[in-house]
Design a protein around this ligand. Structure first.
Ligand code: HAM
Length: 419
């Protein structure tokens, strides 16, 4: 057996954890200050949950990207490809629709999509997800966009740009799809295979084609924004007015399309140059009607998810990985056999309030100090026969080389005073 992770999955190594934590704590702080509460849902759900929510023509279904399997009882289960469906299932199941609105829920964790693997596109990846339920006003859409931007800024990223647009109300989408079909069907032989398939199932998605020939055919055509009805247009204008008012930088994306079908009206994405073709750090939009589709009451909603791996890639571009706070304050060195148990017991006690490591075998002072140096410790604490007689440690400040004899009973006071 080869020691190799499954294609499209990856380990998060210790040295990558500080950036990971920085993103999680930025999200926690920004989102909870805005009233979002954390929610953890299972990694798998009954397949219907996703089949009902993501939409028949969504990439996830069309491109068979869902990891679906049968359990022993013959029920079809699916590893979650996104958070929204499971979060709404939980929202309905636990009667959260009876809480005062808005209800804001945020989640973080792994998702699974059987995608073609490339930079920024994995089979197990992670998202931070936010849902705002119960508000149909444009103010909620604007708040969602602002919170995505603020979370990315709180990670230190300052080259993020938001793209905001509208996919319209269902009738606007239908009109636009009919228009695209009428324009593109006569030339469909010149479209890529993916675009031909999309033209059949969800014409709007053709706009997202990566093929240059497709884009050339699309260039003279109108965009969804030109087909917005009065209500959707007014809604979008209000969203944009709030964003301008709050100083959230954005550009209008007249042809924004998303890979999931449940969006209505506002759709938005955060992009970042310099992380390859998959430049979307996150995306989201309004999904009125989805709670009902999943068996709940009528309940408007808007939300987003950001891809953790892509955000970390962007943070690495800006050298924002956050200094690792991994070094111990004290590294204890037993200079004889009897001291091994003594330093271990001392470490157990000191670790209640500080970071302490020690050598596990007897060391001579030279080797012991080298171990301490490698650990990055601020102080080395040497303990041998001579120290035992007086119940002290020889403490060496690693940076200055300064050495002090400190009684074990005064150790914590000494370290506190030097902190
Ligand atoms: P999504 O656009 O499918 O939306 O995914 C959101 C973000 O997750 C993407 O912008 C990207 O950063 C990241 N992502 C998606 N697929 C992958 C992948 N295979 N590998 C790495 N990163 C990936 C949703 O998932 C919606 N549920 C968002 C939402 C929440 N809408 C309303 N509420």
């Amino acid at each position: 057996m080869k020691s190799q992770a499954v294609k499209g999955t990856h380990d998060v190594l210790p040295e990558e954890q500080p950036a990971w934590r920085r993103l999680l704590s930025a999200a926690e702080q920004v989102l909870e200050r805005a009233g979002a509460r954390p929610l953890t849902t299972p990694v798998f759900e009954y397949s219907e949950v996703f089949e009902k929510s993501v939409g028949e023509s969504a990439d996830l279904i069309v491109q068979k990207e869902m990891y679906t399997f049968e359990d022993r009882g013959g029920r079809s289960l699916t590893l979650r490809p996104e958070f929204t469906a499971g979060v709404l299932r939980a929202f309905i199941e636990h009667g959260m629709h009876t809480l005062p609105t808005p209800v804001k829920l945020w989640s973080a964790g792994p998702l699974f999509r059987a995608e073609n693997v490339q930079r920024g596109r994995y089979r197990q990846f992670h998202q931070i997800n936010l849902e705002i339920l119960g508000l149909s006003q444009a103010l909620a859409d604007a708040e969602a966009v602002q919170l995505m931007y603020a979370t990315l800024r709180a990670c230190g990223l300052d080259r993020v740009h938001m793209r905001v647009g509208s996919v319209g109300d269902p009738e606007d989408r239908a009109a636009y799809n009919a228009y695209l079909r009428a324009e593109l069907e006569p030339v469909q032989q010149r479209l890529s295979e993916t675009s031909r398939e999309r033209l059949r199932l969800n014409p709007m998605r053709v706009l997202d084609s990566k093929s240059e020939e497709d884009q050339a055919l699309l260039a003279p055509l109108e965009r969804p924004i030109d087909f917005l009805g009065e209500a959707a247009r007014a809604h979008l204008d209000q969203v944009l007015a709030f964003l301008r008012d709050w100083g959230v930088p954005f550009e209008i994306d007249p042809g924004i399309v998303r890979g999931l079908d449940y969006y209505r009206r506002t759709a938005f994405e955060a992009h970042y140059q310099g992380i390859g073709a998959q430049s979307a750090l996150g995306g989201g939009g309004r999904y009125d009607g989805l709670v009902e589709n999943l068996g709940g009451p009528p309940m408007p909603g808007v939300g987003w998810a950001m891809g953790v791996e892509r955000v970390l890639d962007a943070m690495a571009q800006e050298a924002l990985a956050a200094a690792a706070d991994e070094a111990p304050e004290l590294f204890l060195v037993p200079l004889d056999d009897a001291a091994i148990a003594e330093v271990a017991a001392l470490a157990v006690r000191l670790r209640r309030s500080r970071r302490v490591e020690h050598a596990y075998v007897r060391r001579n002072p030279g080797k012991g100090l080298r171990d301490a140096d490698r650990s990055g410790a601020t102080f080395a604490g040497l303990r041998g026969e001579a120290e035992r007689r007086k119940d002290v440690l020889q403490l060496k400040h690693m940076a200055s080389g300064e050495q002090t004899e400190v009684p074990v009973s005064d150790l914590e006071g000494f370290l506190d005073a030097r902190a």
